[in-house]
Design a protein around this ligand. Structure first.
Ligand SMILES: C[S@@+](CC[C@H](N)C(=O)[O-])C[C@H]1O[C@@H](n2cnc3c(N)ncnc32)[C@H](O)[C@@H]1O
Length: 213
């Protein structure tokens, strides 16, 4: 995909819209994936082991709502009482509204949105990976807001390194030292970090936090 430099949230919106024009709404390439099943497997690393009998999820950067079937596979005995998906791109949100009428979806920049309540699980899968000016400050603000919307669990991934041969200049990477120092600002959360290969030679750090409120 050709792209202009990503500097702001508006540029991120334009980047995904451009992907829709090039590849179509439902192509894994629009989301920056190689194949959908690989990424389904990876998203599971952002979820807790267990959920209450009835649970709620805030899915930030919900894209096409890929999380919905993953949740029912992972927690077949629990009832997904509320799922609220939020995304910058209205085409993705309109798709989710049509596909998952039992759930709620809103077109919004998460950083400019006030959460109406706290959710058991707050996720940002594949969201904090694109370049933006002052990436670490952006990441810290995003995490702080995720925590304030969560009753017990947050999960997100960031890129640790890109493999040799990858020239994805639109992606942001963060070292484990820098990430650890960003996370240290939130002492009310117990963090776990898990580094996993996403594409050949490229690793993401999957970060899960148990929130004490
Ligand atoms: C790679 S896609 C991942 C979609 C979905 N979470 C998944 O795993 O299939 C990243 C999504 O995050 C959205 N996004 C990025 N920054 C956002 C922000 N600040 N607020 C809301 N959505 C955002 C993008 O529009 C895009 O749809």
């Amino acid at each position: 995909m050709s792209f202009r430099e990503l500097r702001s949230v508006d540029d991120i919106t334009a980047y995904y819209r451009h992907g829709i024009e090039l590849y179509g709404l439902e192509s894994p390439r629009t989301m920056g994936y190689q194949t959908a099943p690989v990424d389904d497997r990876l998203i599971k690393h952002l979820l807790p082991e267990n959920v209450p009998d009835s649970y709620s999820v805030l899915d930030i950067g919900c894209g096409l709502g890929q999380i919905v079937p993953i949740l029912s596979d992972r927690f077949p005995k629990s009832h997904l009482e509320t799922l609220l998906g939020i995304d910058l791109v209205d085409d993705f949100i309109q798709h989710c509204v049509a596909e998952f009428p039992a759930h709620e979806f809103v077109t919004k920049n998460f950083l400019e949105w006030d959460s109406p309540r706290r959710f058991d699980i707050v996720l940002a899968a594949g969201v904090l990976v694109t370049r933006i000016d002052q990436y670490e400050t952006y990441l810290a603000r995003f995490i702080e807001k995720m925590i304030s919307a969560s009753k017990s669990w947050v999960g997100f991934n960031v890129i640790a390194n890109q493999g040799a041969g990858y020239t994805a200049r639109h992606l942001a990477t963060i070292s484990s030292e820098s990430l650890t120092s960003v996370l240290a600002a939130f002492p009310n959360v117990s963090w776990q970090m898990n580094k996993l290969e996403v594409f050949t030679g490229s690793h993401d750090t999957f970060v899960c936090g148990t929130v004490r409120i």
